[in-house]
Design a binder for this molecule. Structure first.
Ligand SMILES: Cc1cc2nc3c(=O)[nH]c(=O)nc-3n(C[C@H](O)[C@H](O)[C@H](O)COP(=O)(O)OP(=O)(O)OC[C@H]3O[C@@H](n4cnc5c(N)ncnc54)[C@H](O)[C@@H]3O)c2cc1C
Length: 284
């Protein structure tokens, strides 16, 4: 069992990880590639002390190298859901199940709206994970909504399993899709069906599908963990970065404004130290 599982390999997650490692805890970071961190997009950062004028990508690479040099294990993968198991938690990392005594949410700012029908049909045709649920749609027709080229890999995988895959990109410049994936422009409006998904409504048309894969880099925190208390779309925390759930902490952009690296790093530090305290009290 891991002592501290950290979700997100951005500044907050890596800061939490190095502090957990310094305190001799069994730590592991589960994150999308570091290039998905918001700071990667910054051309120049002037307000992080000691790195005047640094480019965001270089800054992120420094953070990753620092963490790796300190022995932080980073597993690239998306956490799909976290399940409370009494006095520990179970993480679904793209269908690999990991046990952790404490969890630090460092999954960044969650953008994007929830589609009409998305919540209603979650698990009944709506999925956030092609690796987890793709086999259920063998020989069927599915739609994939992707918020970045990150989703193309999932669409390609589904095109090997499904009869037909429609791809509805919500970004420009498709990178690499299999020839049998049909790209459709436009915004998805609604997911429809009786008890399970039957159709998806686009701007102009309805598509008949058995499944809708919504592939975003970032799963909203409240969906990752049922029962997590939110406030103004951010994870509600106290000054120790504790959430309303025992053993669950949050740090960085996912806890709300200001969206800044220094805040993310500081909160990651506090969250890790608090998790360490909890682990110690637990052992008494
Ligand atoms: C263009 C731009 C310029 C900016 N300039 C500045 C600046 O000059 N100064 C400054 O201080 N701040 C700046 N920021 C803000 C800064 O980037 C953020 O505050 C900072 O990156 C927050 O760190 P974080 O670790 O909380 O989140 P992020 O850096 O967003 O990292 C979160 C990570 O978690 C991953 N993740 C999310 N969900 C999951 C999941 N379910 N499973 C696995 N991984 C997951 C994400 O893919 C991402 O890699 C800028 C942001 C942008 C977009």
């Amino acid at each position: 069992m891991i002592d501290i599982a950290i979700i997100g390999a951005g500044p907050a997650g890596l800061s939490a990880a190095i502090n957990g490692v310094i305190r001799n805890k069994k730590v592991k970071v589960f994150g999308n590639p570091p290039s998905t961190s918001y700071i990667y997009k910054a051309e120049r950062v002037d307000n992080y002390i000691g790195m005047l004028g640094v480019n965001g990508k270089d800054m992120m690479n420094e953070f990753v190298n620092h963490a790796k040099e300190m022995g932080v294990p980073i597993q690239i993968g998306k956490v799909i859901e976290i399940f409370p198991m009494g006095d520990y938690y179970m993480l679904n990392v793209e269908n690999e199940f990991i046990e952790a005594r404490t969890v630090i949410l460092a999954n960044g700012f969650s953008k994007g709206t929830v589609l009409e029908g998305e919540n209603e049909f979650l698990g009944k045709g709506v999925s956030y994970c092609a690796t987890c649920d793709g086999p259920l749609y063998r020989g069927k027709t599915v739609a994939v909504i992707g918020d970045s080229d990150y989703a193309e890999e999932d669409a390609n995988y589904l095109s090997e399993v499904c009869e037909k895959v429609y791809y509805i990109p919500q970004y420009k410049d498709i990178k690499s899709l299999n020839a049998n994936v049909e790209v459709l422009e436009g915004k998805p409006k609604k997911i429809l069906g009786e008890t399970v998904v039957e159709r998806i409504q686009l701007n102009q048309s309805d598509l008949e599908v058995s499944g809708v894969f919504i592939i975003k880099q970032n799963i909203p925190s409240a969906k990752l963990l049922q029962g997590l208390e939110m406030e103004n779309k951010a994870v509600k925390v106290n000054k120790f970065m504790e959430t309303n759930m025992k053993g669950i902490y949050a740090a960085g952009d996912c806890t709300g404004r200001p969206y800044q690296v220094a805040k993310a790093i500081g909160e990651g530090n506090v969250a890790a130290l608090q998790a360490v305290n909890y682990l110690h009290s637990f052992k008494k």
